[in-house]
Structure formats: C-alpha cells, structure tokens
Design a protein around this ligand. Structure first.
Ligand SMILES: [Ca+2]
Ligand SMILES: [Ca+2]
Ligand SMILES: [Ca+2]
Length: 281
C-alpha cells in the first residue's frame, strides 16, 4: 500500500518536472543586421511601405508551450500595417522550415512555390510553418493550389492566427502537428530550423505562394538585384549557423544563397540552404 503510494507520488513528481521543463523551454536564434539582401545583391522595392530593416531578421524564438509550439520572428524595423491586414503587420511573410528527424536524406529538399530555394539533403525538412498576415483561410486556399502535396500530407502548417507586435511576428501551431508523438520524439531543442524572410504579396504570380518576386531591377512592389526569371532565390534574409548573430554569418548566408542561371533563365545551380540547431536555454 505504502509502496504503491510512493510510486504514485514519484510518478507525479516526474510528470510535474516534465511539464515545467516543457513549458519553460525556449530556443533562441540570433541573426546579424544589415544582411537583408539575400545573396548579397538584393534591393528593397521602392514603395515607402517597405521601410529599411523590414525584412532583416534579428532573432527567432521557438517556445514549447506545452501543446503548442510558438514561433516568434523579429525584424529590424517596427512593424506597421499600411495595407489594413488587421493583424499588426502587412509587408512581411516568413517560412519556418523544421527538420524534425535530423536524418540525412529524409524529408523535402525543395522549397515552397515562389521561394526558388533548395535544402541540402542532410538538412531536408519535414514541416514548414507559414507566418503570413493573410487570414489562415487565404493561406490554406493558396496552398491548396500551389503546395497541394505538402498541405494534404500535413507538412505545411498555418497558425490559426499570426500577429505582429513591436518588431516581432508570432504564431502558434500544435506540437502534435509538427511531430506526431508516435512517429518522432517531440524534441524542439534537437531539431533543425531555417527561417526564410519573404514579403506578403496579395496578388501573387500563379507559381508563387503569396510571395513577392525578385527581379533584375527593383520596382514599386518588386525586389531588385536578382534575375527576372525564377532561377534566383526569392529570399531576403535567412539564418546561418551558428545563429548567434555574428558578422561571419553574413558571409555564410551569401554563400548558401549563391545561385547560377543559364541564358534562358533556368537554374544551373539552386541556392541551397542548411539548417541551424540549438539547445534549450
Ligand atoms: Ca538579419
Ligand atoms: Ca529531415
Ligand atoms: Ca541572415
């Protein structure tokens, strides 16, 4: 009898400790400022809504909130809502790619429609979380057309609500959707992450999932410094290992985003990304 109660108490203590460490766990990545230029040459659109620093990632926080994973992406500019999206931000859009199995060759190596990126096979992703100022229903319907396989397999996740406050954009997705408990140990601290900063485009091209194009020359609503065809990465800023915010990470980013187009604008070499990893603080 006593022994049973002791075992029960011991079990409860273990449970309580597990839930405390689970709720307190935050993984923090830093990114240097001044690298919101993709492979090194990209230029912001000319319209005044794209204020300097809008696409410059400074920090990313992944917090285990028990049932949910909260993702927070911060930029080097106060968020604004010039287009009346109603969620505290408008021009940004971020893709958060997660490698939950850290198994070389396992997962997706292509990016999402409109990003024109690839991932190294060693860092292939299982899930992507889309942080967009568009309503969840709009992101889902666009994904149904442009990322149907990923949406139907549950590999593309959209928070019910994504909000901007101060300089940070945040959204939550169920941890179970990121890694079904049966298939993979839920270990956000041991996973690989890559955060791709794009811009919310309400009138995207047929091939693009609400992303803004990068062209050779910048325009009112087009990034410049790239290529007019889709052989260049349509990405303004990403994380680079070790994701502590050092200046060396700028060169590492530019290297990952190196690309090569042939004369017809086909990709000869795709920009190929790696993930960053961290341990819980
Ligand atoms: Ca940055
Ligand atoms: Ca993987
Ligand atoms: Ca960066």
């Amino acid at each position: 009898m006593n022994r049973k109660i002791n075992n029960l108490l011991a079990g409860l203590v273990v449970l309580a400790m597990a839930s405390v460490s689970a709720t307190a766990a935050t993984l923090e990545f830093k990114d240097p400022t001044g690298d919101d230029n993709g492979p090194g040459t990209y230029i912001y659109p000319t319209d005044a809504v794209y204020s300097p620093g809008s696409f410059d990632i400074t920090a990313v926080e992944i917090t285990n909130k028990g049932k949910n994973m909260e993702i927070k992406v911060c930029v080097n500019s106060k968020l604004d809502d010039p287009w009346g999206m109603g969620v505290g931000f408008a021009v940004q859009m971020a893709f958060v790619f997660i490698d939950t199995d850290r198994t070389p060759g396992s997962g997706h190596t292509e990016g999402i429609a409109g990003t024109n990126i690839r991932f190294a096979p060693s860092d292939a992703w299982e899930k992507v979380v889309v942080l967009s100022p568009q309503q969840q229903s709009r992101v889902m319907s666009e994904s149904k057309m442009k990322a149907a396989d990923h949406l139907s397999s549950g590999d593309l996740l959209v928070p019910r609500k994504t909000l901007g406050k101060g300089k940070c954009i945040s959204g939550r997705v169920p941890l179970n959707d990121v890694a079904p408990a049966a298939a993979s140990a839920m270990n956000p601290g041991g996973w690989g992450y890559q955060v791709v900063m794009q811009s919310n485009e309400g009138f995207p091209a047929k091939t693009d999932l609400l992303t803004r194009k990068v062209n050779e020359f910048e325009g009112q609503h087009r990034f410049g410094g790239g290529h007019d065809m889709d052989c260049d990465p349509h990405v303004m800023d990403i994380l680079a290992p070790p994701a502590k915010g050092g200046d060396d990470e700028i060169a590492a980013q530019h290297k990952m985003l190196e690309y090569e187009c042939d004369l017809d604008g086909n990709a000869v070499k795709w920009a190929t990304l790696e993930m960053v990893t961290g341990s819980h603080e």
